[in-house]
Write a protein that binds this ligand. Sequence first.
Ligand code: ATP
Length: 521
Amino acid sequence: MEDLFKKIISHCKEYGFIFPSSEIYDGLSAVYDYGQIGTLLKNNLRDYWWRSMTQINENIVGIDSAIFMHPKIWKASGHVDAFHDPMIDNKDSKKRYRADELIEDYLSKINEKIEKEILKAQKKFGNSFNIDLFLQTNLKVKEYKEKYDSIKERLKQALNNNDLKELKNIIEEEKICCPVSGTCNWTDVRQFNLMFSTQLGPTSDEADLIYLRPETAQGIFVNFLNVYKTGRMKIPFGIAQVGKAFRNEIVARQFIFRMREFEQMEMQFFVKPGEEKKWFKYWKEQRMLWHKTFGLDDKFYRYHDHEKLAHYANAATDIEFLFPFGYKELEGIHSRTDFDLSSHQNYSGKKMSYFDPDTQESYIPYVIETSIGLDRLFLAIICGTYKEEKLEDGSIREILSLPDFIAPIQVAVFPLVKRDGMPEKALEIFEMLQPYFYTFYDEKDSIGRRYRRMDAIGTPYCITIDQETLTHNTVTIRNRDTMIQDRVAIDNIINYLQNKLCISNKLKIIQQNARMALQSL
Ligand code: ATP
């Protein structure tokens, strides 16, 4: 899996998806730039999310708030006091870790051991294998399980109580070592605030200290009244936003999975107090269904319900994705209560309540949040679609089986050979398609190599102009995944492609899912 991940990272660089930031100056840690192909894919993913939220749901609108915001916002949101992670340094390797993640990784290893034992027993006992009985009676597994449960409980308590000493105790007692030095020579655990700060204006006194936003959500909360009043919104309604967020992550590894500058796509859904559980369930399901529209295997996705809730939440779940380095959070769905709006009301002195015209009641709405990292979604889609396929002639083709509707280059046009009037005809077709699709023209190298280059960036269709084009006005359209070629009349190309590349087919599914769930709410 590590090899696969390395391959994916170099693939992203080689084909213009992602470059390390400031590369000619040896890069900047955990900051990345999107290249010419990556930007197109990222735009398509963002657009899909945006339209799924604001186009399909008549009660969700979008805004674009500034990155700089009044510093009191971060006091009100709790970020100044509570947005920190517990960090620990290994004195020998000088490497820094998140203490909770070191323990989580250790727990995963115990879990792996349990799974190994189960597999072994499954093989041994075949059809007569009873997993419940096995878990209850196998001494080794029982021991692992008890250890797992006890450490997990201690971790949960320590995090809930901000007990940094206890985190260190767990690490020392379990002899959790630094993966680099292999030693257990640790510093104490300390809290580290993840917000970047800077100064606004020409003077440098305390009052001018501001933060780069660590999430886009607060821009939505502080605009709640503006949107509710000017949009004449009726609860339940949502406000969506996409934008950059900044976090000075302690450990920023794993390529674009954890960056210090990244993009978030967040939607805050305002509901009547008391109805939050039902809407939490609704969004939890809808967001999973949304991910499934990319057509990847179900095994890539799973829920992870939170045990430790953030200071503002009364329920929370993650949609996790199976990255090459394991299941990790892709999206968070949180029931944030009225924490944010109430807190902004306290700090700003402005009334943040909603007046319900039907019941004549006034209340501060509760909020369900869906929050996903655009870069993480990008990585998930690349990891889930990158393949190496062995062909009949023994050669390997690298292929990104991106869903058609998000492909960066949607169609490529090639003359079979560079003579006999084929390039001229190909250019004519290329220009015909340009206003409709992201189209790429190529006449260099053999046709096989041109196909391979398109497979590698996920182009779903390649049009080839051959002898028959000149005589019969038809072209071949090659499907990236099946490599099957259809012969299509030039007049029909646009229609043929539009049917396949159209995002509306996916939006229709989103709409149907929402309608069905709303009916049974
Ligand atoms: P994690 O536990 O991975 O640090 P988080 O719980 O802090 O994530 P949230 O605050 O819920 O994350 O942020 C919502 C989403 O934003 C995450 O699900 C993830 O997709 C994305 N995200 C958060 N931090 C980063 C980061 N440093 N780089 C890229 N994406 C991020």
